[in-house]
Design a protein around this ligand. Structure first.
Ligand code: HEM
Length: 411
């Protein structure tokens, strides 16, 4: 039963970062339930759509307790109390809240993220996309990640919360650094950087909240300050943690979804033409782009008790890697899954996961992608500077560190 002996799956290679899909196809057909050893012991990797979905809906599995992990790392550091503070800044992220705590935070946020609420932001997101392209349009060059794709979700979130971003470069660094909590294992130095980013972000938000309290408006931050239920209002620390989550999680996921989508279109010129000519709607196109090259490649679950799973005995604490990217290319679910078809009709793709932790920002991410792709495909002769593209070396988020593009400048 131990398929590790017969077939080796290793996603930590340059080939995998460039094009994981042939490797995932092989994994799904040769060892759909793949047992291996990770840095924390035995683990299982699942790649079939039905299996991934089953575990997402199974309450015996939970997201790993990364705040606790961070606190534990503090014992290795010079100033362990700072790790306590940082674990508080990520402590109320929805991912890490147990079944009793999760509904309260989710309830405080749900209304703002419903498709109808998010629709009201469409014009704002379009204008953010246009403003980010204003300068590049003069020169015909764009560093897609730094100048556009990572900025758009952060500026959108700031608009939604109704707060200023005083030092944009520093703010983007905080968002990037906080997201590293999901990428493990990391050297202690990275954890120290996460701690520093948490501290600085927290100080920044304390000032913003003080200003906001004097001038409550019709925005998400004001609504979080007004929120009250049977447990009373949300504490300041809780609100800061929610904001850290919204900025950090939205930044890397949507930013890389935009970039993956652009590359898929450039590599499939006939589909790009269909989109440019209006043959397919932008909504249908973006849905297919997120399925075709899912930014959230793997998510991880931890067994909360000893569990039997697809023939394996998993001890409490064992990890299960759910490959959303492989699930989204499963031929048992999608006809010709390796073909990009912008007019594909589907309602079963899994980029946003499922179950209790189904992506809070799914409607917002779709809207951001639509604005971004609409604006980018209008650039004439859009081409990547292939030699200068730098891929992210991560199995959690697929995307880019650098993605320079050229196009014909406007006169
Ligand atoms: C295309 C872009 C995006 C993708 C592919 C994506 C994907 C995901 C996935 C797979 C999960 C589930 C994680 C798990 O179960 O372990 C998730 C959860 C979440 N996402 Fe997204 N996401 C995207 C954009 C966003 C944006 C823009 C936001 C900003 C609000 C956001 C906020 C969240 C939050 C707060 C959760 C946790 C929900 C919960 O635990 O209740 N996401 N996302």
């Amino acid at each position: 039963m131990d398929n590790e002996k017969m077939y080796q799956f290793n996603p930590y290679t340059p080939e995998f970062y460039v094009d994981p899909y042939p490797i995932l196809d092989e994994l799904r057909s040769k060892a759909p339930v793949y047992k291996s050893r990770g840095y924390r012991g035995d683990l299982i990797v699942l790649s079939r759509y039905e299996d991934v979905r089953e575990v997402l809906l199974d309450s015996r599995f939970e997201v790993e307790d990364l705040p606790k992990d961070l606190k534990n790392k503090g014992y290795l550091a010079k100033e362990p109390e700072k790790f306590e503070l940082a674990s508080g800044v990520i402590g109320s992220w929805l991912f890490f809240l147990n079944a009793l705590e999760h509904p309260r935070t989710r309830r405080a946020l749900t209304k703002a993220f419903l498709p109808n609420s998010v629709k009201q932001l469409a014009a704002t997101i379009d204008s953010i996309a246009d403003s980010l392209l204003h300068e590049p349009k003069k020169h015909g060059r764009l560093e897609l990640m730094d100048d556009f794709a990572l900025r758009l979700p952060t500026l959108t979130m700031a608009a939604m919360l109704g707060m200023p971003i005083k030092n944009k470069t520093q703010f983007f660094q905080w968002a990037t650094m906080l997201f590293k909590i999901f990428e493990r294992p990391q050297p202690i130095g990275t954890y120290e950087d996460i701690v520093r980013a948490s501290e600085e972000f927290s100080h920044y938000m304390q000032e913003i909240l003080q200003e906001k309290r004097q001038n409550l408006q019709d925005d998400l931050l004001s609504n979080l300050l007004r929120y009250e239920d049977e447990e009373g209002p949300l504490s300041q620390a809780h609100i800061i943690s929610i904001c850290a989550m919204l900025f950090s999680v939205g930044h890397e996921t949507a930013g890389n979804a935009i970039a993956n989508g652009v590359l898929s279109l450039i590599c499939n010129p006939a589909e790009l033409d269909r989109l440019r000519s209006g043959d397919v709607s932008i909504a249908s196109a973006t849905e297919e782009l997120i399925r075709f090259d899912t930014p959230t490649q793997f998510i991880v679950r931890e067994a909360q008790e000893d569990v039997q799973l697809f023939g394996y005995e998993l001890p409490k604490g064992a990890s299960v890697y759910l490959c959303l990217a492989a699930a989204n290319r499963d031929p048992a679910q999608f006809e010709q899954p390796n073909q990009l078809d912008l007019a594909r009709v589907m309602n079963n793709n899994l980029p946003f996961a499922a179950g209790r932790h189904f992506c809070l920002g799914a409607a917002l991410a779709r809207m951001e992608m639509q604005s971004a792709i609409k604006a980018l495909v209008q650039l004439p002769n859009l081409r990547p500077v292939t030699a200068d593209i730098v891929r992210r070396r991560s199995i959690i988020i697929r995307g880019f560190r650098k993605f320079p593009l050229t196009f014909s400048a406007s006169c």
